[in-house]
Write a protein that binds this ligand. Structure first.
Ligand SMILES: *[C@@H]1O[C@H](CO)[C@@H](O)[C@H](O)[C@H]1NC(C)=O
Ligand SMILES: *[C@@H]1O[C@H](CO)[C@@H](O)[C@H](O)[C@H]1NC(C)=O
Ligand SMILES: *[C@@H]1O[C@H](CO)[C@@H](O)[C@H](O)[C@H]1NC(C)=O
Ligand SMILES: *[C@@H]1O[C@H](CO)[C@@H](O)[C@H](O)[C@H]1NC(C)=O
Length: 383
C-alpha cells in the first residue's frame, strides 16, 4: 500500500492524467465487449435472477427501482462499461430482457473463488463460485458462437471476434476470506488458505486465456475489516481496531491476499505471453476513502450504514437493508436512514454507495492505481 502522502499525490494527479491521455484517442483499445466475473461488488442481477430480487430501496438513486445491484445505484463495473461506450452488462443468469451484444456478467452476490461446502441458506455464500462462472462463460461462448454462425440472435449476442477483443474483468476474493473467518478459522488459518484460493483463481484465468481471452483487468480485494457486517459479526475477535475504526487483522489478511494476488498476476504474465494484465489497487482507494472521508467530500462518520437499522454502525444482520421488521405489530421496511446517500460511503453495511463507487472509478480509470499504470482504455497495450 502506498504511503498516505504518495496516495494523495496520486489522487490529485489522477484526474489530470485522464485528461492528458484523452488526446491520444488513436491509441485507444476500443473494447467491443466486457465479460465480468465476481461477487456482489460487481453483480448486476445474477443473484437476483436466481434467488429473488434485491429489494427496494436498492437502485433508488439511479435506476429509480431495484436493478439487481446491492447498492443505491451504479457499481464500479457500470462505470467501467459506460466509460468504454458500452451498455450496462446483463447478468448471464437473467433469462428475460437481456442483451449480451457487448458482454455478459457472471458475477453473483456472495460468490467466492473456491466452491464452498455450505449452501446459500446455511452460510449466505453463492453456489456460483468462480469455477462455476467459468463454466458458464464456456457455455456462453460456444453456444453464442454457434447461434451467430447460423445467423440467429445476432442482435443480442456478441460477434465471434469480440471474445478475443473483449476486456475480461475480475473482482472476487473478499468472500473467500470472510467465509473462512465466519467458519471460525483464526487469522493464521485464514492466511494459510490464501495460496489454495489463488490456485483456483489461476485455473480460471488460464481457462479464459485458452478460450481466446487476452485482456485482463483484475481488481484486488478491499479492506473488508472496515465493513460493518464484518465488524459486527466478528467484533469479539477484533480487539485491534485502527484509527479509521477498521479491524486490523482482517485488513492485514486482505493485504496479504493482495500481495499474493499481485505475485500470481506477475506469474500469469510470464506464463500467458499473449495476454495483457492490469492489476488494480482497489484496496488503497477504499481504505483512503474510509479513513479520510470528509477530505473527499463524504460525511465524516465513514463506517455508518446508510440503509440499515440499529447498533453502532446502523447495521443489524437480522434487519438488513430492504427487509421488513415488526414495530408494534406492523411491518416496517428497513429503508434508507441517511438523508443523503451521495455523501455516504457504506450503503447497506456490506456494500459501497454509488457515490463511493463513482469516486473509486474516477481514480482507477486513469491508471494511477494500476500495475502497470495503465488507463482503462489502454488496457490492451503491452508495456
Ligand atoms: C470443501 O471440502 C473439501 C473436501 O473436504 C476440501 O478439500 C475443500 O477445501 C473444502 N472447501 C472449502 C472452501 O472449505
Ligand atoms: C442489443 O444492443 C445492441 C447494441 O446496443 C443493439 O444494436 C441491439 O438492437 C439490441 N438488441 C435487442 C434485441 O434489443
Ligand atoms: C463458530 O463459533 C460460534 C461461537 O462459538 C458458534 O456459535 C458457531 O456455530 C461456530 N460456527 C461454525 C461455522 O462452526
Ligand atoms: C409502539 O407503541 C408504543 C406504545 O403504544 C409507543 O409508545 C411507541 O412509540 C410505538 N413505537 C413506534 C416505533 O411506533
Amino acid at each position: 500500500m502506498a504511503s498516505h502522502s504518495t496516495l494523495l499525490a496520486l489522487l490529485m494527479s489522477s484526474f489530470l492524467f485522464h485528461t492528458v491521455v484523452a488526446d491520444a484517442s488513436d491509441d485507444y483499445c476500443n473494447f467491443p465487449a466486457v465479460f465480468n466475473f465476481g461477487d456482489s461488488n460487481s453483480d448486476t442481477g445474477g443473484l437476483s435472477a436466481a434467488f429473488g430480487p434485491a429489494p427496494p430501496p436498492n437502485g433508488e438513486s439511479f435506476f429509480g427501482k431495484p436493478a439487481g445491484r446491492y447498492c443505491d445505484g451504479r457499481l464500479i463495473i457500470d462505470f467501467i462499461a459506460n466509460s468504454l461506450g458500452l451498455p450496462y452488462l446483463s447478468a448471464y443468469l437473467n433469462s428475460v430482457g437481456t442483451n449480451f451484444s457487448h458482454g455478459a456478467n457472471f458475477a453473483t452476490a456472495g460468490s467466492t473463488i473456491r466452491a464452498q461446502n455450505t449452501t446459500l441458506r446455511q452460510s449466505g455464500f453463492s453456489p456460483f463460485s468462480l469455477d462455476v462462472q467459468s463454466w458458464e462463460f464456456a457455455q456462453f461462448k460456444s453456444r453464442s458462437e454457434s447461434f451467430v454462425k447460423q445467423g440467429l440472435f445476432k442482435d443480442q449476442l456478441p460477434k465471434e471476434e469480440y471474445f478475443s477483443q473483449a476486456l475480461y474483468t475480475f473482482d472476487i476474493g473478499q468472500n473467500d476470506l470472510t467465509a473462512a473467518y465466519f467458519s471460525n478459522m483464526t487469522t493464521k488459518e485464514v492466511k494459510a488458505v490464501i495460496p489454495n484460493i489463488l490456485d483456483k483463481f489461476t485455473i480460471v484465468i488460464q481457462s479464459v486465456y485458452w478460450q481466446g481471452g487476452r485482456y485482463f483487468w483484475i481488481h484486488n480485494t478491499g479492506p473488508f475489516g472496515c465493513l460493518p457486517y464484518v465488524l459486527d459479526r466478528l467484533t469479539l475477535r477484533a480487539p485491534d481496531v485502527d484509527r479509521a475504526g477498521c479491524g486490523s487483522p482482517f485488513n492485514e489478511v486482505a493485504q496479504l491476499f493482495n500481495q499474493k494476488l499481485k505475485e500470481v498476476v506477475d506469474q500469469l504474465k510470464k506464463d500467458l505471453p499473449l495476454a495483457v494484465f492490469t492489476y488494480v489497487d482497489i484496496y488503497s482507494l477504499k481504505y483512503e476513502l474510509l479513513s479520510h472521508a470528509s477530505l473527499h467530500g463524504f460525511d465524516s462518520n465513514a463506517l455508518l450504514t446508510c440503509c440499515g437499522h440499529g447498533g453502532k454502525y446502523n447495521y443489524n444482520a437480522n434487519f438488513g437493508c430492504g427487509s421488513m421488521r415488526m414495530v408494534n405489530n406492523t411491518e416496517v421496511l428497513v429503508g434508507k436512514s441517511c438523508n443523503n446517500p451521495f455523501r455516504r460511503i457504506i450503503w447497506d453495511g456490506v456494500h459501497f454507495t454509488q457515490a463511493a463507487n463513482k469516486w473509486i472509478f474516477d481514480h482507477i480509470v486513469g491508471g494511477k492505481f494500476s500495475y502497470p499504470p495503465t488507463p482503462l482504455k489502454m488496457a490492451c497495450k503491452k508495456n
